[in-house]
Write a protein that binds this ligand. Structure first.
Ligand code: XUL
Ligand code: MN
Length: 364
């Protein structure tokens, strides 16, 4: 009998947000971290994704002992609620010393700040009981290419990865690629870049990727194929499922909201690869619409989770024999029509529902 994956879900506290955008202020009042943690289980989530300062607010101004104590409080708050920390990510884009980037900043002192901050992130991760650190390389890029030496930049990113891996022999690093925003052009724009870097490090087995749907679309790529590439290398640490309507600002729409078929294919790739069977999470990096009123602050999370689960059912109920027949007959038009009908729920999956498979079988 084939094993059935029982999926576990995660999100980050930043996914319950107040609606500020570059053109307007907050439209909802904030919830505390503890209020947010109280919601995870009732909403169907078990994993918490953190930025380092989600765990320890203002950590740059604190002594090591204070950071440790605060992280331990959060660890207890997770345990009290039956939650686990999935990963911690250094927020390397807010501090004045990250204006020109972190690992690739032109000033040596700024690069040192970024490395020190990442080592602190590792300490925090271990305190909240996870080995996983995510690197979204927000400002590792340029507004104008003449401002940095790109070859040197990649070497500096590699050097920092190595320093992190050496600092803690247990830590795992998942690079979250994104091609742009806030930078014009970012280094490490795709999972291919991330995995090439992983193989170059001193500990390739401990470096992988986290793929976000919207980021792949912004790179002009198919998120399902990006995930498949990482899975083929056994390097998909986690995912940030969401959606994105074309090439514009990073939208973090609810999963499936812009392109249901693309969402289906992401679920299909994950399900077919057995993703999730070793505890990997289905992470959702979604943002509620600015128009949503206070009580609807978490609707995007439950909606995305439900959409994912409905799509799992779609993947599991596909008529694989029919698909194979159509593939063998090279009748991809019929395969396309069958897929759409299946997603629309207007077919029970049998060939009798459509003339197209019959025509394919007859070689017409
Ligand atoms: C940015 C983004 C981040 C990372 C975590 O676009 O997706 O929230 O997921 O740092
Ligand atoms: Mn993300």
């Amino acid at each position: 009998m084939t094993e059935v994956t029982s999926y576990r879900f995660s999100f980050g506290p930043w996914n319950i947000s107040e609606g500020a955008d570059p053109f307007g202020p907050e439209v909802r009042t904030p919830y505390s971290l503890i209020e947010k943690l109280d919601w995870y289980r009732p909403l169907g989530f078990e994993g918490v994704q953190f930025h380092d300062d989600d765990v320890v607010e203002g950590l740059d101004d604190l002594q090591t002992g204070q950071v440790t104590r605060r992280a331990q409080e959060v660890r207890q708050a997770l345990a009290d609620r039956g939650l686990v920390a999935e990963f911690v990510a250094p927020r390397l884009w807010f501090h004045p010393q990250t204006i020109d980037g972190g690992f690739t900043a032109n000033a040596a002192a700024d690069r040192q700040y970024a490395l020190d901050r990442c080592l602190r992130t590792i300490d925090i991760a271990r305190e909240v009981d996870t080995r996983n650190v995510v690197l979204w390389l927000a400002r590792e890029g340029t507004y104008i290419r003449e401002s940095k030496n790109a070859r040197l930049a990649y070497q500096r990113i590699l050097e920092t990865l190595n320093r992190m891996l050496e600092y803690d022999p247990e830590v795992r690093i998942w690079i979250e690629p994104k091609p742009n925003e806030p930078m014009d052009h970012a280094y490490v724009p795709t999972i291919g870049h991330a995995i090439a870097l992983a193989y170059q490090t001193v500990a390739p087995d401990r470096v992988g990727g986290l793929i976000e749907t919207a980021h792949a679309i912004l790179a002009g790529l198919d998120p399902a194929d990006e995930m498949a590439f990482a899975l083929a290398h056994d390097k998909l640490g986690s995912v940030h499922l969401n959606d994105q309507n074309g090439l514009k600002f990073d939208q973090d729409k609810s999963f499936g909201s812009a392109n249901l078929r693309m969402a289906y294919n992401q679920v299909r790739v994950l399900e077919e690869a057995g993703y999730g069977r070793h505890g990997e999470f289905i992470g959702l990096d979604v943002k509620v619409m600015r128009t949503q009123k206070q009580p609807g602050s978490t609707a995007h999370l439950t909606n995305s989770r439900e959409t994912f689960l409905h799509l799992v059912e779609k993947v599991r109920s596909v008529d694989r024999e029919l698909e194979q027949k159509l593939i063998d007959a090279r009748d991809y038009e019929a395969l396309d029509a069958y897929t759409l009908r299946h997603l629309l729920g207007v077919s029970d999956g049998s060939a009798a529902d459509s003339q197209l498979p019959a025509m394919a079988a007859a070689g017409k």
